[in-house]
Design a protein around this ligand. Sequence first.
Ligand code: HEC
Ligand code: HEC
Length: 214
Amino acid sequence: MSARAELRHLLALIAGTFTCVALAGSAYADEPDAAAAAHARQLAVAVCGTCHGVQGNSQQPKFPRLAGQGASYLGAQLRNFRAQTRGDPDAISYMWGMASALNDETIDALAQYYTHQSAGRVPVRDAALVASGRSIYEKGLPDKGVPPCAGCHGSDAHGVADFPRLAGQHSQYILKQLASFQSNMRNVAAMHGVAVNLRTPEMEAVAAYLQGLP
Ligand code: HEC
Ligand code: HEC
């Protein structure tokens, strides 16, 4: 699919028409990096931005913030949506269609776009909740077998290698993902092992702490 056809296809998806755009033009993989980057920026602004925010700092908690997220994690998730292996209901209804139209080069260029945007944060007022969330994040809950989140996601929650950034993410989104890992709707062994022993109030505390982090 050419860059323009890809954009039209995604815009049609957004409009809810699900129009299939005919293949046209040169193979996208042959285009130079600068063109891929420009195409990704155009998609990010015109298509993805309607939900995720133009620079990836979405204002609505249903839509995850992508700004400053690790590029390899972003690329892996877009491939998971495309392969239809990340399967909770919101992933299915919002992201499977979006990702189906993206080729590998566009996915990698989109990942580069978002990783280079500066991440924002959403302040949290409940200091007691934040303090108990911080304790879970840094120390885990040893008596319940919950490991410290910091061990994988980094002490500042900015992510480490393939472990995603969590700092500044909407708490509502984090909560929903923890529940999806727990029920295996989002089927990832490493996070199932973490979430399976967390109760809802503990999830709420750690999610509040993370949302407020710069
Ligand atoms: C109509 C709204 C909508 C549009 C448009 C949209 N997304 Fe999403 N996206 C979502 C929702 C909702 C989720 C969360 C799915 C879930 O809860 O599992 C999501 C999740 C993601 C994730 C996973 C984030 C994470 O932290 O794991 C990535 C990456 C992503 N979208 C990238 C994109 C890109 C790139 C585009 C444009 C090609 C795009 N999205 C367009 C709604 C949208
Ligand atoms: C053993 C390593 C490990 C530990 C410990 C860990 N995580 Fe994770 N976490 C991961 C991996 C790997 C992923 C990416 C899953 C994927 O590829 O879909 C992830 C993903 C997540 C996500 C989804 C992020 C997104 O943008 O969708 C959240 C939320 C999360 N972890 C929260 C936590 C919390 C809270 C804790 C501590 C209670 C924790 N994690 C502990 C490895 C870990």
